[in-house]
Write a protein that binds this ligand. Sequence first.
Ligand SMILES: C[S@@+](CC[C@H](N)C(=O)[O-])C[C@H]1O[C@@H](n2cnc3c(N)ncnc32)[C@H](O)[C@@H]1O
Length: 243
Amino acid sequence: MHRKESDVSALPGSTDSPPRRTIRSFVLREGRLTLAQERAFRELWPRFGCDWTPGVPLDLATLFGNDHPVVLEIGFGNGDSLAEMAAQDPARNWLGIEVHRPGVGHLLLEIERRGLTNLRLIRHDAVEVLRDGIQPAALDGVQLFFPDPWHKRRHHKRRILGPALMPLLARAIRSGGIFHAATDWEPYAEQMLETLESIPDWFENTAGQGQFAPRPAARPLTKFEQRGERLGHRVHDLVFRRR
Ligand SMILES: C[S@@+](CC[C@H](N)C(=O)[O-])C[C@H]1O[C@@H](n2cnc3c(N)ncnc32)[C@H](O)[C@@H]1O
């Protein structure tokens, strides 16, 4: 069956894959690794990194060595807030996906510094991992904090949170699980709200129809959020429950 990327009517859990994406939500800038980050890739990646083979479903219980619930974070940046959440909530496993190499290196070092055992990292396009690497209902939650807002109208198609992501989230998150997004870019916040509320059969707004959520106490300040705060931007949280 051929389906447009924007078609959200696809059934979560359906086995036919959507067409390959070509527009990505990131532009890969390699950036330089510090010496410590280079060491982290050599010594820590084999323990905490996952070399995902595109197209192959992940066995999360094997990856973490237990079957605790798993929360996936898309685009963790430098990962300080993800490390903090993993440390605060050791009963759950945390899977961070980021394409930016120095950010991954930074978080590997943070995992070592804090002695975390419940955090694993994948360096890949998170949309592909969600689509092809995560089994149906395998996740307790997905979080997406301060995704690139792609301000210019002609770049809006690069925004990661749009209709094409919805069937992937709905498929990956178990019933009762949470999708949590935050942004400091108001027009994107409005778009997120509209997109998530357009699929009421899949997700319920925990804050009530048309409302943004109070900032959950468990969400630490992220690096990009601090930048937004300096610019005087208001932060919007969206917390939706999978039906
Ligand atoms: C604006 S930054 C925010 C980082 C972090 N969440 C924070 O709040 O500090 C967005 C991050 O998402 C990453 N990113 C964007 N699209 C991605 C994708 N499809 N897969 C993995 N990472 C992605 C970028 O590399 C970037 O580090």
